[in-house]
Design a protein around this ligand. Structure first.
Ligand SMILES: *[C@@H]1O[C@H](CO)[C@@H](O)[C@H](O)[C@H]1NC(C)=O
Ligand SMILES: *[C@@H]1O[C@H](CO)[C@@H](O)[C@H](O)[C@H]1NC(C)=O
Length: 357
């Protein structure tokens, strides 16, 4: 019972901490149709929902978790890793990127906590969605602290956030760091959102202090996604800003943004169902990569679910323009068969852009 006391006092601390902020700076407003829960306490359970998915039979069963009083369902197996998936702007209905990631985790048999904060992220409320990331992150931290007495620690959790969800994950990790002195074992940022997050201080955006390991995948850098490296390891796919599958699509930047989750979902399935890996090369910048200055064997890493925990630095890789996107080791070195046309066209554009040659 001593342990329980410890956990309760931590929970008390977290509530007091946020309660204090709440009293001094609480802000719950509606602008047009856009709600803001800025520095509000996590008491509005209808706006942030936690859906726990556990494997059952050949499918999965869903349960809602109350962040203050979570009850783990009978049949929950704590030896199976827990993946937390946080969607981006627009919510689960339109965020096919994070939905693909959750689906892949469910299909391979993980426990998944899907964070559904759609009421706070609805289109066209980007500004308020961005301000609401603070609230969502706070609710996640509270759930994490509440799960501790049940034997489930954030230190065994991997959080995957797409776009604005990547920043939510970072904020949640940051909260836990302050309250518990430790955070998630891993946060994966899928094309972390650019707007508003470019200039803010580190507390407000995903960075490598937010978890023991932070890996970031960039697919629409400079438009929807952030350009600069922010994790322990950053992967720039096909140059990082325009994806081959999106070249002829109506909205190439948005399509490229979404590709981050599709690549990642593919890497999750590959771990169980087989298939090529996303092999990347370490390189200082995209110019050096295109010029082939980084073509050495020492500098390789795998991107995605199976990234090696101690990988550090900035990496570049190419993919095909249709699923399966990963080229694997052989194709990567022998022939860029499927990606060659799309990629050469892309390289030409980049060369012109950077006036490298
Ligand atoms: C799951 O199991 C049910 C009943 O056993 C079966 O009808 C269904 O085809 C299975 N689905 C998959 C994807 O294997
Ligand atoms: C996965 O992404 C594709 C392409 O965006 C989409 O059509 C599909 O519905 C998504 N799957 C899920 C389970 O959301």
């Amino acid at each position: 019972m001593k342990k329980m006391g410890d956990f309760s006092s931590r929970l008390f601390f977290i509530v007091v901490l946020f309660g204090t902020l709440d009293r001094s700076a609480s802000l719950q407003l509606i602008i047009g149709d856009c709600p803001i829960y800025f520095f509000e306490r996590c008491i509005h359970s209808e706006v942030v929902k936690f859906i726990l998915s556990i494997p059952s039979g050949n499918g999965s069963s869903l349960y809602e978790l109350d962040p203050f009083n979570p009850v783990l369902p009978r049949g929950f197996n704590s030896l199976i890793p827990i993946k937390v998936v946080v969607h981006g702007y627009g919510g689960l209905d339109i965020d096919t990127s994070s939905r693909n990631v959750s689906k892949a985790y469910q299909d391979v048999g993980y426990n998944v906590i899907i964070v559904d904060w759609k009421p706070l992220a609805e289109i066209p409320c980007y500004t308020t969605a961005y301000l609401n990331t603070w609230y969502v992150a706070q609710c996640i931290s509270i759930l994490m602290v509440s799960l501790l007495p049940l034997g489930v620690s954030p230190e065994i959790m991997h959080v995957v956030g797409f776009s604005l969800g990547a920043h939510v994950s970072g904020l949640a990790g940051n909260n836990l760091q302050k309250v518990l002195g430790s955070s998630f074992y891993r946060i994966t940022g899928l094309d972390p959102a650019l707007p508003f997050f470019a200039t803010l201080n580190n507390d407000w955006k995903l960075d490598k202090t937010d978890a023991a390991f932070v890996d970031v995948i960039h697919t629409s850098a400079g438009t929807f996604g952030k350009l600069e490296a922010t994790g322990h390891v950053d992967f720039y796919v096909n140059g990082g800003s325009l994806q081959p599958a999106c070249q002829y699509r109506k909205y190439p930047p948005l399509c490229s943004h979404i590709m981050a989750g599709l690549y990642f979902a593919e890497s999750i399935r590959n771990t169980v169902f087989g298939g090529h890996s996303f092999i990347a090369r370490k390189c200082d910048n995209v110019g050096h990569y295109i010029l082939g200055l980084c073509n050495t064997f020492e500098n390789m890493a795998i991107m995605g679910e199976n990234v090696y925990y101690f990988t550090r630095g900035t990496y570049y890789l190419e993919t095909g323009d249709q699923p399966p996107y990963a080229l694997g080791f052989q194709e990567y070195y022998l022939k860029r068969s499927r990606s060659s046309d799309a990629f050469s066209a892309f390289v030409e554009k980049l060369k012109n852009f950077f006036k490298i040659i």
